[in-house]
Design a protein around this ligand. Structure first.
Ligand SMILES: NC(=O)c1ccc[n+]([C@@H]2O[C@H](COP(=O)([O-])OP(=O)(O)OC[C@H]3O[C@@H](n4cnc5c(N)ncnc54)[C@H](OP(=O)(O)O)[C@@H]3O)[C@@H](O)[C@H]2O)c1
Length: 97
């Protein structure tokens, strides 16, 4: 599970630096893993789920889990049979690295 906050390209506002760095590091680790597994038929996904009301997201997040998780799961299932690594949001749209 990644985050839109892990996108270096989209970081135009700053803030949450340590969290951003942890997700950028996760993304980098997955890039290396995928590069080392070239030819692996499995789908690999780094998911940016959106800002969701959880313990981490807090009460001010705009979306509930009920609104978001079914979409997220559908998107994950739709990646089956698609080899390679993707950084995507819960709708399946590409997030810039
Ligand atoms: N919510 C958002 O808006 C949002 C946005 C982008 C990405 N994400 C990502 O989604 C993932 C899930 O987050 P969430 O929003 O569902 O957060 P959450 O409700 O706060 O849940 C965090 C989970 O991580 C576990 N955890 C925390 N510290 C841990 C540790 N040191 N060792 C092992 N487990 C630990 C907690 O376990 P306990 O319950 O036992 O403490 C809990 O199950 C995270 O990777 C987060 O970065 C969330």
């Amino acid at each position: 599970m990644s985050s839109g906050q892990g996108s270096i390209a989209n970081n135009t506002s700053g803030g949450f630096e340590v969290y951003r760095a942890s997700k950028a590091a996760l993304n980098q680790l997955m890039r290396s893993y995928a590069a080392r597994q070239a030819g692996d038929p499995r789908a690999m996904v780094l998911m940016a789920p959106g800002w969701i009301r959880t313990g981490l997201g807090g009460p001010g997040a705009p979306f509930s889990m009920e609104e978001t998780i079914p979409t997220l799961v559908d998107t994950l299932i739709a990646q089956q049979g698609r080899p390679g690594l993707r950084f995507i949001d819960r709708f399946g749209d590409t997030v810039s690295w």
